[in-house]
Design a protein around this ligand. Structure first.
Ligand SMILES: C[S@@+](CC[C@H](N)C(=O)[O-])C[C@H]1O[C@@H](n2cnc3c(N)ncnc32)[C@H](O)[C@@H]1O
Length: 234
């Protein structure tokens, strides 16, 4: 599978397998999401065009770069990524700047729960939770009042076969607590939630392509009407 940022490496790997180093070629963190998972994030973000994304656990900036690239390609939205370790936050920030993705990214050096608490209510469209496994549920809880209706939360490392997540029964807890859940049983596991479902889905305002009806008033004839006029006239 193609790596958006250069290397071509195929296949997911389990965090405990030695392929971890080979997989990211030592460039990115050992705990980094797989390329498949990175593509999944990329696809979700380019599809839903979130205005505000929050990521917890920046580390080297690998998933940060994928999210930022998706926002750049969608020409929409911004990312706040939170990393507790000051050195990592600084290095990731420089890396993102070097990749020319900084205009859509703010790297915040803070504790994830504090950073989430400081967000405005109902401001978040998309969250990716990837700090320490035992923090995932607390972060999700802290996010509840921060999520817009229909917002998507992606949680990494949820698979029951994950050596750390399995013990915390993270997936069981997520299934118990959320009505709208899609679990992808990749080696590490990735779970997609919509904790704050809207009562009714309404038309999205987040399209990049403005409707022609927005440019032209409603009385402006569409191509079918023009064709009909042409047929009648000839
Ligand atoms: C698994 S790594 C993140 C990997 C990254 N998302 C990727 O895929 O490239 C987890 C990171 O979370 C950071 N972290 C741990 N506890 C944290 C907390 N309470 N708040 C913010 N960051 C935290 C760690 O320093 C570490 O860099």
């Amino acid at each position: 599978m193609r790596n958006l940022f250069g290397n071509t490496i195929i296949g997911d790997c389990h965090p405990e397998l030695p392929r971890g180093l080979e997989y990211h070629r030592g460039e990115w963190g050992m705990g980094s999401a797989s390329i498949e998972e990175a593509w999944l994030l990329y696809g979700l973000i380019t599809s839903c065009k979130p205005q505000l994304v929050i990521e917890t656990g920046t580390e080297t900036g690998w998933t940060t770069a994928w999210i930022a690239q998706a926002l750049t390609d969608a020409a929409y939205g911004r990312l706040i990524t939170v990393e507790k370790d000051q050195k990592k936050a600084q290095a990731a920030s420089e890396r993102i700047a070097g990749m020319e993705l900084a205009s859509r990214v703010e790297v915040v050096c803070d504790d994830s729960l504090k950073a989430i608490a400081s967000l405005s209510d109902y401001s978040v469209d998309f969250a990716f939770l990837d700090t320490l496994i035992h923090l995932r549920l607390l972060e999700l809880q802290a996010l509840r009042t921060k999520l817009k209706p229909g917002a998507i939360v992606v949680i990494h490392d949820t698979s029951p076969q994950h050596p750390m997540a399995g013990n915390t029964k993270l997936l069981d807890e997520l299934q118990k607590n959320c009505k709208s859940i899609l679990h992808i049983n990749s080696p590490r596991g990735i779970t997609i939630l919509q904790p704050n479902l809207p009562d009714k889905w309404v038309r999205s305002e987040r399209s990049c392509i403005p409707s022609l009806r927005f440019i032209f008033p409603t009385w402006f004839p569409g191509p079918r009407k023009i064709k009909r006029w042409f047929r009648q006239a000839t």
